[in-house]
Write a protein that binds this ligand. Structure first.
Ligand code: TYM
Length: 329
């Protein structure tokens, strides 16, 4: 059976990008594969969260994973820092990860631009920890969005390097996965790039309906098409992209035709999209609330997840130590 691993950083609530880029696939994959899904709380240390926020962020993501349909009886759902074995593999992989390649990583370059006062070593080696997360369970597939593609290429490279260095076929080279389709990028509503936690353009699963309406109505569009079959502007194209994912195909067709014939009223399109998002998020939001109200359940989930994940991770560490030459006298 194939092994699947994926994670979400614990730096904010889940937004539609996280859901459609990763969680939806994870939910589908859990029935067929040996799945490990986790909360990347070591990774979140790069932004120096305070302890109270750390704890509540972890709880929140845990409840959100569960509310979206990850079944802890089927998949292994755990907190990264409950499995410290990953730190040992991270250290080992760091010895074969080079400064040049780490500095060239797109996500690192972006952080350097955005937070010049906090360019810490954890940011530089972020892809190495991520590789360790994945290969410690010897995964084959990793459900992620498009923004993680380069990190997955690096994971494959680090796995291959280890195998070559020690002349073994120990780690599989895992693939970024989206059910045989292209990896996806859910756009933000500000007319620019992806929806993200740090971009300030997210629609969160926990947003109440009024908030969702406000965010969607404020979305960037344009002053309307002036020629038949005009290509939508970037902001409008983003609205269509969200509609394609969340709305009924007949609504998408309707507004596409209205756009093509220059009769579109963006206000109507936004109202439709907002209601479609609300129908999707409302039951999830309600489940998140009821799960958060049951700390005993959350505790049982993380305890059993930690136990299963540690069993798998410690087996790998034992074997890796043997391969490297750390052997018993
Ligand atoms: P994170 O927490 O930023 O995002 C979690 C998942 O959501 C996907 N995603 C998106 N997909 C499509 N469109 C978007 N706008 C969008 N925004 C986010 C991400 O691709 C990701 O799949 N480094 C990772 C966490 C991590 C991890 C791992 C993932 C740590 N170790 C090992 C996989 C395997 C991160 O920060 O994801």
């Amino acid at each position: 059976m194939e092994t699947v691993v994926s994670g979400i950083r614990s730096t904010g609530n889940l937004h539609l990008g996280n859901y459609f880029g990763m969680v939806r696939n994870a939910v589908k994959m859990q029935q067929e594969s040996n799945c490990f899904f986790f909360i990347a709380d070591y990774h979140s240390l790069t932004t120096h969260p305070n302890p109270a926020d750390m704890h509540s962020n972890i709880r929140q993501i845990l409840a959100e994973y569960l509310a979206c349909g990850i079944d802890p009886e089927v998949a292994t759902l755990f907190i990264q820092s409950d499995v410290p074995e990953v730190c040992e593999l991270y250290l080992i992989l760091n010895m074969n990860a080079y400064k040049g390649e780490l500095e060239r990583t797109a996500s690192f370059k972006e952080k350097v631009r955005r937070q010049p006062d906090n360019i810490n070593a954890g940011l530089l080696t972020y892809p190495v920890l991520m590789a360790a997360d994945i290969i410690i369970h010897r995964a084959h597939k990793v459900p992620v969005g498009k923004d993680q593609e380069q990190h997955l290429e690096m994971t494959r490279r680090f796995a291959r390097r280890f195998n070559t260095m020690y002349n073994v076929e120990y780690f599989p080279e895992p693939d970024a996965y989206n059910f045989g389709e292209q990896l996806i990028k859910i756009p933000g509503l500000d007319g620019t790039g992806k929806m993200g936690k740090s971009e300030g353009n997210g629609i969160f699963l926990t947003d109440p309906p009024a908030e969702i309406r406000k965010k969607v109505m404020r979305a960037v569009t344009d002053s309307g098409p002036t020629r038949r079959n005009q290509k939508p502007s970037p902001g409008t194209a983003n609205l269509f992209a969200l509609m394609e994912i969340l709305s009924d195909p007949s609504s998408v067709d309707y507004f596409r035709e209205k756009h093509a014939s220059c009769e579109i009223r963006y206000g109507d399109m936004k109202k439709q999209l907002a209601e479609d998002i609300i129908s999707f998020t409302t039951p999830v939001r309600e489940r998140i609330e009821s799960i958060l109200a049951d700390p005993g359940y959350l505790r049982r989930v993380v305890d059993s997840g930690a136990e299963k994940a540690r069993e798998s991770a410690s087996r790998t560490i034992r074997e890796v130590r043997e391969i490297i030459g750390y052997r018993q006298f």
